[in-house]
Ligand binder design. Structure first.
Ligand SMILES: [Zn+2]
Ligand SMILES: [Zn+2]
Length: 160
């Protein structure tokens, strides 16, 4: 198979790095000044460039509804792990930001203590209990994502 025939899903998987602590698939390809990953591919005969996690959502989960934005449950904008991606609205995002600013950083939004070992990310103080709950819920609800095809048992991306 020639270089140009690599399927889109594999192109994405080959350009990310697994973080076993957070479970994030960190994009190692091109990153724009804004800090977001960017990716160019052919889509319906046209060359399309867009934010890499939007590609990831479309490839691994399904089409993005018009006007919807993609949010990261892990708060890591370079992550393309489909189980960390969810759709939302601009309003949700702003609400999130407000909540984050106003909450004391000792507990998560669900009242779990933000203290090691209950931290996915120490830097951002992300709650591990909530991350696991989100993941379980996600697997229940997102039957469309054939995670076995793209994800190894430890949650790392399956590379070609
Ligand atoms: Zn992530
Ligand atoms: Zn929590």
């Amino acid at each position: 198979m020639g270089k140009h025939n690599i399927p889109l899903d594999q192109k994405l998987l080959n350009r990310c790095e697994f973080d076993p602590v957070s479970g994030c698939w960190n994009w190692t390809g091109f990153i724009k000044n804004s800090g977001y990953g960017s990716f160019t591919a052919r889509k319906k005969g046209k060359t399309v460039t867009k934010t890499v996690y939007r590609w990831a959502y479309e490839v691994f989960i399904g089409p993005i509804e018009e006007g919807a934005i993609i949010r990261h449950s892990c708060d890591n904008k370079l992550c393309i792990n489909p189980s960390h991606l969810e759709t939302g609205t601009q309003k949700d995002n702003m609400q999130d930001r407000l909540t984050r600013t106003w909450r004391p950083i000792t507990h998560c939004i669900n009242g779990h203590e933000l203290k090691s070992p209950n931290l996915v990310s120490v830097k951002r103080k992300r709650c591990k209990i909530c991350a696991y709950e989100r993941r379980d819920k996600w697997y229940e609800t997102k039957g469309k994502f054939q995670y076995r095809k793209w994800q190894n048992a430890d949650g790392s991306p399956k590379k070609a």
